[in-house]
Ligand binder design. Structure first.
Ligand SMILES: [Mg+2]
Length: 257
């Protein structure tokens, strides 16, 4: 071991640059008249081009590292690798071309820890990263106000009802995991609660950024998140302001699957 596996300042900068550049390419694609939009053609082309842009750049800039991408083939060498990039080239792709609610996720897991991450939300003109870390916006309303919680669109009815009834939460629903997580980072929401499973590429970069901003990230039962597992599927997720986590776990602990 040379010690060269640890994340460097260059890794943080590279993640942010790849997320931003890929987001810009995708915005250009939404404006292109050359893509056939029928049968989810835009979504398909966005997934494909974003994946290629990120994996080609990582192959050139980090040739010794392994990549796990939603759109790529799973490389079994990642299980023995110290450094693994986990990327979702286009998160929230069903919104791609139709709303601002999609994102690009680039994360680097070192020794199982999401050490580096960047989430670009081009519709908001911003990329959040781990270094420099975002400032967590202080909640600008009086304490004791109802928590604002964003949940998955597909689970909004039941999970949203529970959170609303038990915690008095104002509940919102969005598709993209990156957009939901960044809405907490930028202070619009107090928590993101994902009932049921998701994949590591959905959560890895958002978790890296959210932790850098001082938010707590865990499973719905409060247990520790793990990354670069043999099965990249992951039970539910909480990203929240520290003071809210216990309350959310008490309501959602049995909604992991
Ligand atoms: Mg995707």
């Amino acid at each position: 071991m040379t010690g060269s596996t640890a994340a460097t300042a260059d890794d943080h900068a590279l993640a942010a640059r790849l997320a931003t550049e890929t987001g810009a390419m995708l915005v250009g694609l939404t404006r292109s008249s050359a893509v056939d939009r029928r049968w989810s053609g835009l979504e398909y082309e966005g997934d494909r081009r974003a994946h290629l842009q990120i994996v080609d750049a990582l192959a050139a800039e980090r040739p010794d590292d392994i990549v796990l991408s939603e759109e790529g083939r799973d490389d079994p060498r990642r299980l023995g690798a110290e450094r693994v990039w986990i990327v979702d080239p286009l998160d929230g792709s069903s919104d791609f071309g139709y709303s601002a609610n999609w994102s690009v996720h680039v994360a680097l897991v070192v020794g199982g820890e999401p050490s580096v991450g960047a989430v670009a939300v081009p519709g908001w003109g911003t990329t959040w990263a781990t270094d420099p870390a975002p400032d967590l916006v202080p909640r600008d309303v009086e304490s004791g106000a109802d928590p604002r919680i964003v949940v998955s669109r597909s689970r909004s009815r039941y999970d949203g009802m529970r959170l609303s009834q038990a915690l008095g939460a104002d509940v919102y629903a969005v598709g993209s995991a990156g957009v939901k997580a960044m809405s907490v980072v930028r202070g619009e929401m107090d928590a993101y609660v994902h009932g049921g499973g998701l994949y590591e590429w959905d959560s890895c970069a958002p978790v890296a950024v959210a932790r850098a901003a001082g938010l707590v990230c865990c499973h719905l039962d409060g247990s520790t998140l793990e990354f670069n597992k043999s099965d990249p599927w992951s039970p539910g997720l909480i990203i929240a302001r520290p003071g809210l986590v216990e309350d959310i776990v008490s309501v959602m602990f049995d909604r992991q699957y």
